[in-house]
Design a protein around this ligand. Structure first.
Ligand code: NOJ
Length: 757
């Protein structure tokens, strides 16, 4: 059947081939500009309107008037994009409404929060970031894209690259941690994983850099709260990962709920027009966050929805997610002369270009493929990939007496704790289409790994939560019922070692999941203390989406393995690590505080004017806690030992155009093969503006056999020592610099050199 869109494509292709000789504009430009020229103002505004599905596409018919309205809007070309429509059938049906009914038949783009997997769940982003391995992070995104694209989606609202310093903020689980350089490298890897080499392939999807900008700095870690950061922090900490992915070709950006300097990001022309679309040359489009246009007025920065629409379009927010601001007010604003139609045209062109790149104009249904959906989603291959990523995401925090790895021939093990047999919590929050209770539990993973002769004594001990749990539910915790303790104690008494799974419910972290207390909830610590009395070999397996304040475990557990929410294959991957099939290599990308009062706590802090004691009390400290974290950024143990050789520099001075090489040798002096993440930090001790005590600038993950040594070399350009002034000017200053290298941010060797000229 020749659709309206086919006819348009045909005529535009003819047109573009006629123009080819004189015209250097790309086919894509010719196509979208000609399409734009055919659009009415109303149709243009339709492209800027994004709606969530309010009806069941696979069902027979819309159930109420509201959803009937929505179908009509789509048919009239008033919806350019939808979110939360998933599955080959549902997306095809929805797409048909737009393509076969609207005057120009422009396809919609379908977006969804595919954050760490579509149906095959991978570790949460804070988890896979702990691998410090761009290839591993990329693999997770690649598989997610494969599955999502087979289910009719072309766009994910990921990666989140908000640099998170505050464990109280529940969304730290979605990011890469507290360092802007690491977040840049890993977010670029994630974008490459989602988008592949070519967006028009049917197994890649458009990525979305979010939340632009400053969202993670909500005061006191309370989600959606006010943000008040200076431009110095904005330029040096918040923006670098966004700039990195813009340069790497990310297709879209999402702005954020918060204010920056009093202006909501969604209405912020400096961020979106001047920086992103101006200085950084970003050619994709910006989608608002959910209702963030209407919230401009809730913030008190616009009179009403109409003014909010005006501010948002002027500021460069191209697509309106669920505010109804553009669809209701833009035409009127344009007709009154308050919005220049060129701004609307620019937004439409940006959206059409991404649709073009995705191949939607060639075939609007190419992603909605039932066969691919059946074959690809939740395949064995994808679950194997998830297991590979999961075991590399785990961080060994403690291993006293070398209790780990355990022998698979061990006679008896007690597997205890509210999370030990849980098949749901490891899936994490932001779980897209994961099936409830579909993860491999820790207990199942252990059962599948140990010798058939090993006796496994399982006991839950206590519940973590009470009643319903889920994305929209407020959790309540079990505070009283200890009736399961005696059974757990018996299990511990008759076992050689205890593996105890505790931590968080997965719905404790994620959006709208801020906490003022980040200790273990409910009866978990009581259970740990009771078990500790009867067994001296306790391995704690932590499952959580944020750093926890666990000084008691740090003191009394014999081993602690941080596993985050490890995804569909959690139990198998944890068993791989516990029983030595994989030697843990992850390192923390976010500091673990001793207690919540230290939050926000991060390694790359400023020196302050009073960094140390000098014998009196008047220095920057707490009277009831050390300043240092419980476990610092970059920290993580291995079953083997690594010895760092002497640090040398190729030169003592360089000019601003030169590079310096930093060398050292690394030896695996322990008895297992293992991987080490070598970290290089710098410090500019005397600068025009005060600089952090350390800044990560390079890292390398190397694999060494037992007894093996390797020479490690890092090259740094003078510009790697530069930074932004509060006005956003990039400075490289002459003077002395320190370079630190080590296995975490605190245990390092130091060397210095100077930049001259
Ligand atoms: C709000 C969240 O802040 C954002 O990250 C997400 O992509 C949208 N909702 C859509 O679900």
């Amino acid at each position: 059947m020749i659709t309206k869109m086919n006819l348009i494509i045909l005529s535009l292709l003819l047109l573009s081939s006629c123009n080819q000789k004189e015209n250097t504009t790309s086919k894509e430009d010719v196509f979208v500009e000609d399409l734009l020229s055919k659009m009415t103002l109303e149709e243009k505004i339709g492209q800027l309107n994004q709606r969530t599905s309010r009806w069941e596409m696979t069902g027979p018919a819309p159930k109420n008037n509201d959803s009937q309205d929505q179908l009509e809007e789509i048919k009239q070309g008033k919806v350019g994009s939808m979110l939360n429509v998933t599955g080959a059938d549902a997306t095809r049906e929805a797409q048909k409404l737009a393509v076969e009914n609207s005057r120009l038949g422009i396809p919609m783009i379908f977006g969804y929060d595919v954050i760490h997997g579509y149906k095959t769940m991978f570790p949460i982003p804070l988890g896979d970031a702990s691998s410090w391995d761009p290839e591993i992070v990329k693999l997770s995104a690649q598989v997610a894209a494969k599955e999502a694209s087979a289910a009719g989606l072309q766009w994910t609202f990921a990666p989140m690259m908000d640099v998170g310093r505050d464990a109280r903020w529940g969304r730290v689980m979605e990011g890469c941690g507290e360092d802007p350089y690491l977040a840049s490298v890993l977010s670029v890897a994630r974008v490459k994983g989602f988008q592949g080499e070519n967006l028009s392939e049917n197994n890649t999807i458009a990525a979305c850099a979010k939340h632009f900008a400053g969202y993670a700095f909500s005061e006191s870690g309370r989600d959606y709260n006010t943000v008040d950061i200076g431009t110095y922090t904005l330029h040096n900490i918040v923006l670098p990962p966004f700039k990195a992915v813009a340069e790497a070709g990310v297709s879209t950006f999402m702005n954020s709920f918060n204010i920056i300097n009093g202006t909501p990001s969604t209405a912020n022309p400096y961020l979106q027009r001047e920086l992103l679309k101006g200085q950084w040359n970003f050619e994709g489009f910006v989608v608002s966050d959910w209702a963030s246009i209407v919230e401009i007025s809730t913030h008190g920065a616009a009179e009403d929805l109409k003014e909010a629409a005006l501010l948002a379009i002027k500021a460069g927010s191209d697509m309106d997610m669920e505010s109804n601001a553009y669809i209701n007010h833009l035409a009127e604003l344009a007709e009154e002369g308050n919005v220049d139609e060129k701004l609307i045209d620019d937004a439409v062109l940006r959206i059409l270009k991404i649709k073009y790149k995705l191949g939607l104009f060639e075939d609007p249904y190419k992603y909605s493929n039932k066969e691919r959906e059946k074959e690809l989603i939740y395949s064995k291959e994808n679950r194997d990939a998830s297991r590979t990523v999961a075991k590399r995401s785990m961080v060994l925090l403690k291993n006293e007496k070398q209790l780990l790895p355990l022998s698979k021939q061990i006679k008896s093990i007690a597997v205890i704790g509210p999370l030990a047999a849980d098949k749901d919590i490891p899936l994490g929050s932001w779980r897209a289409k994961a099936v409830k209770n579909s993860a491999v539990s820790l207990l199942e993973g252990i059962q599948a790994t140990v010798s058939p002769k090993t006796i496994i004594n399982y006991s839950k001990g206590c519940n973590l939560t009470l009643g319903d749990r889920g994305f929209r539910t407020k959790l309540s915790y079990e505070e009283n019922d200890k009736s399961g303790f005696s059974d757990a104690i018996k299990a511990a008494q008759k076992s050689e070692v205890v593996i105890m799974a505790i931590g968080e419910d997965c719905w404790q972290s994620g959006e709208a999941r801020s906490q003022t207390d980040i200790r273990l909830k409910g009866l978990q610590l009581d259970l740990f203390n009771a078990i500790k009395k009867v067994n001296k070999n306790i391995i704690v397996v932590l499952m959580n989406g944020r750093p926890l304040a666990i000084p008691e475990l740090a003191k009394d557990a014999d081993a602690i393995l941080e596993t985050w929410f490890a995804g569909s294959e959690a139990g198998n991957a944890i068993a791989d690590v516990l029983f030595g099939d994989y030697n843990p290599s992850g390192k923390l990308t976010i500091s673990f505080p001793r207690n919540v009062g230290q939050c926000p706590i991060y390694y790359n802090h400023m020196n302050t004017g009073r960094p140390s004691a000098g014998g009196n009390v008047f220095w920057s400290h707490y009277t009831d806690s050390p300043n240092t974290p419980l476990y610092p950024f970059g920290y993580g143990l291995s079953y083997t030992d690594f010895e760092y050789g002497e640090l040398t520099c190729s030169k003592t001075t360089i000019t601003k155009n030169e590079s310096i090489e930093v060398n050292l040798s690394l030896t695996n002096s322990g008895k297992y093969e293992g991987e080490e993440i070598i970290q290089l930090y710098i410090q500019d001790p005397k600068a025009k503006y005060a600089r952090p005590v350390k800044e990560l600038k390079r890292f390398k993950k190397v694999n060494l056999q037992s007894g093996e040594s390797k020479n490690i070399s890092f090259t740094l350009k003078a510009k790697d020592f530069g930074y932004y002034s509060p006005e956003g000017e990039f400075l490289i200053e002459s003077g002395e610099y320190y370079i630190y290298v080590g296995g975490n941010s605190q245990e390092v060797q130091q060397i210095s050199f100077s930049i001259i000229g």
